[in-house]
Write a protein that binds this ligand. Structure first.
Ligand code: BG6
Length: 491
């Protein structure tokens, strides 16, 4: 939790300042923090990149990146805090010059030697940058220095370990903030509160009352212009290893004894340790992979994955994954956690459905109709809220029941403007709060879990397009639940 509640003062150094993430997420987020007064006037951002830009180029880029948002404060005043530093990642002089620039800015803005280094660029340079930052004295400050790292954090456990070692030579675990932007989402953070602040859920949150939990994170977009990365990654590494397993951990963890970073992380780690490892000969039974074929989305014809730019004609990369996870502990023994995620699906939606067990006798549904189970649906995005599915007496004097819904929509309330995940995470890091970042132990355990599956898939190059763009994935994904007598609840 927050160690420094006062307005944070720091120089933020963004490596990859000309890149897509900086433009789409980081500049708008820093701007919102400035607009809302969460960072004051004493801050500076150094944009680092290979291109020979000037301060003016960077400031124009920042201004364009926030153009579509509303703002009250003077935009020129905001962009005047941005400085560009052309840079060669492998050259020590670049780091010394960077240090000088930061020192000047610390003096201009009276910033007490606090530095945030945000690596928003190709991961192959993470280790080199960390090493030079230390060797050239950029991290030796009287204040704090923190390293924020974007995913992917490695490609498998071995590469993640190697990367971690490199970074740890320059930064301690406490100084490293590994981004999982799902942890910055309002409703992901709400999972904990819904569970632990409600007497009607907390006692029921066990295998005695819950029959299964379903997590869906679907996207309607395809691979866009990221095929070079995605061809090597696939949906399992891109979404399951990080975002989905983080949601599983939050749904399954025990109540922490305190709401602090160490206690919450340690409960999440225990869940990941209790995940039942999948044996190679069980993969077909527990996991389904898919790849999108051509199809229609919003009445537009879209291409097959294999026809996208920079994708191999015979690509075996999965753009869809569904799986059944089991957590071997007292609370969850016997409760399947079903997960699915994919590109070019029917619509963009992330939701969690907690399905409760049926009550013992069906008194109120006649004519052979089955009972409607109670469901708690947590809407992560684009809607943010919860829906509780209950049964109530049918109107009109009948003895029968009908399903009803209690709805709470967070982002429907007037005046609520949900902060963008990155906005929250940047602020957390400035405050020294690492709760919503992935600890190394979580990253390692997650790789350990998915590595077996990805290795098996890599060795079995039998995937071909098996779901139409605009659908909810391959048939085998429905069969995965069907075998257990369940089905996916609609998104
Ligand atoms: C990223 C993945 O981590 O998450 C992308 O690399 C994916 O492939 C994205 O599209 C989804 O994030 P969100 O916030 O749009 O659900």
């Amino acid at each position: 939790m927050r160690k420094e509640q006062i307005e944070p003062k720091a120089v933020i150094v963004i490596f990859g300042a000309t890149g897509d993430l900086a433009k789409r997420k980081l500049y708008p987020s820093i701007h919102r923090l400035f607009e809302n007064g969460q960072i004051g006037d004493d801050f500076a951002v150094v944009g680092v990149g290979r291109r020979p830009w000037t301060n003016e180029d960077l400031r124009d880029t920042v201004q364009n990146s926030i153009a579509k948002f509303e703002y009250k404060k003077d935009v020129k005043e905001f962009t005047s805090h941005f400085y560009y530093h052309p840079f060669d990642v492998t050259c020590s002089d670049s780091y010394r010059d960077l240090n000088e620039l930061i020192e000047q800015l610390e003096s201009t803005y009276q910033i007490p030697n606090n530095r945030m280094f945000y690596l928003a660029m190709a991961p192959e340079f993470f280790g080199t940058i960390a090493k030079f930052l230390k060797s050239e004295g950029v991290t030796s400050t009287n204040g704090w220095s923190r390293l924020v790292i974007e995913k992917p954090f490695g490609h498998d456990l071995a590469s993640a370990k190697a990367l971690n070692q490199e970074i740890r030579e320059a930064f301690t675990e406490d100084q490293i903030y590994r981004i999982d932007h799902y942890l910055g989402k309002q409703m992901v953070q709400n999972i904990e509160v819904i569970r632990f602040a409600n007497a009607i859920f907390e006692p029921l949150w066990t295998n005695r009352y819950i029959s299964n939990i379903q997590i869906t994170s679907s996207e309607d977009l395809g691979v866009e212009d990221r095929a070079r990365y995605y061809e090597k990654s696939g949906a399992l590494r891109d979404m399951v290893q990080n975002h989905i397993l983080q949601m599983v951990a939050l749904l399954a963890m025990e109540p922490p004894i305190k709401l602090n970073t160490e206690e919450i992380r340690s409960e999440k780690v225990k869940v990941l340790r209790a995940l039942r490892p999948i044996q190679t000969d069980q993969i077909e039974q527990f996991f389904v992979r898919g790849q999108y074929d051509a199809g229609m989305i919003d009445e537009h014809q879209v291409k097959a994955y294999r026809d996208e730019q920079n994708v191999a004609e015979d690509s075996n990369t999965e753009t869809f994954v569904a799986g059944k996870l089991l957590i071997d502990n007292f609370r969850w023994a016997g409760v399947p956690f079903y997960i699915r995620t994919g590109k070019r699906m029917k619509k963009k939606s992330t939701q969690i459905v907690v399905q409760f067990k049926d009550i013992p006798m069906n008194l109120y549904y006649g004519n052979g109709e089955t009972m409607h189970p109670n469901l708690l649906v947590i809407h992560i995005q684009p809607d943010e809220g919860i829906t509780l599915h209950l049964n109530a007496r049918k109107l009109g004097g009948s003895t029968f029941a009908e399903p009803i819904k209690l709805d709470y929509c967070h982002n429907c309330e007037d005046g609520i403007n949900t902060p963008e995940a990155y906005e929250k995470l940047i602020l957390d890091c400035l405050h020294g709060d690492a709760t919503n970042f992935a600890h190394w132990d979580e990253v390692a355990l997650s790789w350990n879990f998915v590595d077996v599956i990805s290795q098996y898939w890599e060795n079995n190059k039998t995937l071909s397009p098996n779901y139409k763009a605009g659908s909810m994935g391959p048939k085998a994904s429905d069969e995965l639940l069907g075998r257990d007598g369940f089905h996916w609840w609609p998104i």
